[in-house]
Write a protein that binds this ligand. Structure first.
Ligand SMILES: *Cc1c(COP(=O)(O)O)cnc(C)c1O
Length: 404
């Protein structure tokens, strides 16, 4: 059970006002807010043991290295990876995806096929397009349906022995749809294709088990699960990480360097060139501890309550249409009212202290499918309340009155 009043005490930002009104933060799908323990971790790092890692003999460097590697192990346990070195610390989902996409450039041949879903974030479309341009591989798309789900029958037709890679998000950031990734992984493996799952939007609500999923790559961003920005992770099965070439050259990722030949360091360092976001990595570990202390089952149950309540209250507004009505969805509501431009409603809501996202949510193909310029997206977290949803409903009604 979630004691929301107590949880809200953990988030200092929730006490602030915007335009004289209490902040109602419903842009959690873009980034989550940060609990005091994570802020404290960041302050502690810079106040007490800020140093470069992995190369110092001195105490500060050793402390920083220990904490950074402890964070990697926390992340390993959270995702249930078999080995700590299967967790690569990155600057975020986008960085993780590019690391895999660029590595596959050396593994794909002309005419190979790569499948992507129609529900992807741009960061899970563009790197694969670039990969296909480079290699001559062919990009295929699993179409979506009206409910905002994937046309799985078509997916099964697309998967053949020519398929080398499949990319799909676990949860769609624009619509909240939870995709049938188990089915996708199983079908892809039958033909020997690798699967990358974009978990950026799933990880704030679901605790994934990469071994149970038997997924090849799983990526996520710390800033969507109460951690800092500019921090994320790539899980890769050891055999795949061994096969992929390094993404960047530099310090940390080498074993020996001469001008004739450089040999690369082992995992995970092969993929971690340069000084990383040390503080961010350590704070990511704290964020994962915090989320687990709240409990993912509690989070999912409470957010689902908010989703059901908000859906039924919003649908009472005349002319309001919700996009993404899949049975399996997280607490994201994408909507429009009549033909009013989403930006206009979003601006009025901001004046009322309510933060929502408007636009295409980095998923233009979904907007094209529905033939709309964008939506208003309210996305909820476990620190939101029903009272805040009431404020949103009142705000939308007021905006509609002013704009029509
Ligand atoms: C946010 C998001 C991304 C991009 O994450 P970054 O942290 O900006 O790299 C990718 N995919 C999905 C589904 C997202 O929600």
């Amino acid at each position: 059970m979630i004691n929301v009043d107590k949880i809200r005490e953990d988030f200092p930002i929730l006490k602030r006002t915007v335009h004289g009104k209490p902040l109602v933060y419903f842009d959690n799908a873009a980034t989550s807010q940060t609990p005091q323990v994570v802020i404290d971790t960041i302050v502690d790092y810079y106040s007490n043991y800020n140093a470069n890692i992995h190369r110092g003999v001195h105490t500060l460097s050793q402390e920083a290295t220990d904490k950074y590697e402890e964070a990697r192990i926390k992340i390993q346990h959270h995702f249930n990876a078999k080995k700590a070195h299967e967790i690569i610390l990155t600057s975020g989902t986008t960085h993780s995806i590019n690391m895999v996409a660029s590595g596959f450039a050396s593994l794909l041949n002309k005419g190979d096929e790569v499948i992507v879903s129609a529900l992807e974030h741009h960061s899970n479309i563009v790197p694969w397009q670039m990969l296909c341009e480079k290699t001559g591989a062919i990009l295929q798309v699993i179409p979506m349906n009206d409910e905002g789900g994937l046309e799985m029958a078509i997916f099964h037709q697309l998967v053949t022995t020519k398929t080398k890679l499949v990319f799909c998000n676990h949860v769609s950031n624009a619509l909240g749809t939870v995709n049938p990734i188990e089915e996708i992984i199983e079908a892809a493996h039958k033909v020997g294709a690798a699967v990358l799952i974009d978990g950026a939007q799933a990880t704030p609500h679901i605790k994934p088990d990469v071994q149970a999923l038997n997924v090849d790559f799983y990526v996520a961003s710390a800033h969507k699960l109460c951690g800092p920005t500019g921090m994320g992770m790539l899980y890769g099965k050891e055999e795949w990480l061994q096969k992929l070439p390094p993404y960047q050259g530099g310090g940390e990722m080498i074993e020996t360097v001469t001008f004739e030949k450089t040999t690369y360091a082992g995992l995970p360092h092969k993929f971690e060139a340069g000084t990383p976001n040390i503080c961010g990595g350590i704070a990511f570990g704290t964020a994962i501890d915090y989320m687990n202390s709240v409990g993912f089952e509690n989070i999912a149950a409470y957010e689902n309550e908010l989703l059901i309540y908000a859906t039924s209250e919003l649908l009472k507004i005349e002319g309001l249409k919700i996009y993404g009505t899949s049975k399996e969805k997280t607490a994201v509501i994408s909507f429009n009212v009549g033909t009013i431009h989403p930006y206009d409603i979003g601006s009025i809501l901001d004046k009322l202290g309510i933060a929502v996202r408007t636009g295409h949510h980095c998923a233009q193909p979904i907007m094209d499918f529905y033939k709309i310029p964008g939506t208003i997206r309210a996305s909820f977290s476990f620190y939101n309340t029903k009272e805040e949803i009431d404020a949103l409903v009142v705000g939308v009604k007021r905006a509609v009155m002013m704009l029509s």
